[in-house]
Design a protein around this ligand. Structure first.
Ligand code: HEC
Length: 152
């Protein structure tokens, strides 16, 4: 009898540990996935800004700035979701201040999204002056957030 009770107890402990280990593991995985997802998003920002800069440097064609500006706006709309609580740990330059100031962080991401949407409209209208001004304004939203919430 006693040996069965011990075996059962051992099995119960193992099961609990396995479940606990699984939970901790999947949590860490979820955060690593979120970090990867937001970095992928920021890479879309970077590549798209490069494409828009080329349009600015070449003084046109404005139409070439439409797709990259829309890519930034669409990506920005999904970026904050990739900052779940606890994802300031790991391979990340995100500052812990983000989670203490989530409303401000969200507003700063929205500012980038709105600037990108305005830039896409200017590009669609073929207005190069507005594309150039919009490029500067959009770049300003990147820097404003990085200064506050990204480690160098
Ligand atoms: C609302 C805040 C916010 C805005 C707006 C923002 N960024 Fe960032 N950016 C971050 C944070 C935080 C990180 C660090 C992410 C990490 O390491 O987990 C980052 C990282 C990056 C990276 C590095 C990604 C990597 O692979 O490690 C690039 C490139 C980047 N941002 C470009 C941009 C550009 C270009 C813009 C503007 C179009 C922009 N960001 C706007 C907060 C922002």
């Amino acid at each position: 009898m006693a040996i069965w009770r011990k075996a059962a107890l051992a099995a119960a402990i193992c099961g609990t540990l396995a479940a606990f280990g699984g939970l901790v593991g999947s949590d860490a995985f979820a955060q690593a996935d979120a970090i990867k997802a937001r970095k992928d998003g920021f890479q879309v920002f970077r590549v798209s800004m490069g494409a828009i800069k080329k349009v600015v440097d070449d003084n046109g064609p404005a139409a070439n700035a439409v797709a990259p500006a829309q890519a930034i706006a669409g990506t920005a709309a999904k970026q904050v979701a990739h900052f779940p609580a606890g994802s300031d740990k790991g391979e990340t330059k995100a500052k812990a201040e983000i989670w203490a100031n989530m409303a401000d962080f969200t507003a700063k991401m929205k500012a980038a999204e709105d600037a990108a949407t305005a830039l896409a409209s200017a590009a669609q209208a073929g207005n190069m002056d507005a594309v150039k001004a919009g490029f500067g304004a959009l770049g300003g939203t990147c820097g404003a957030c990085h200064r506050a919430y990204r480690n160098d």
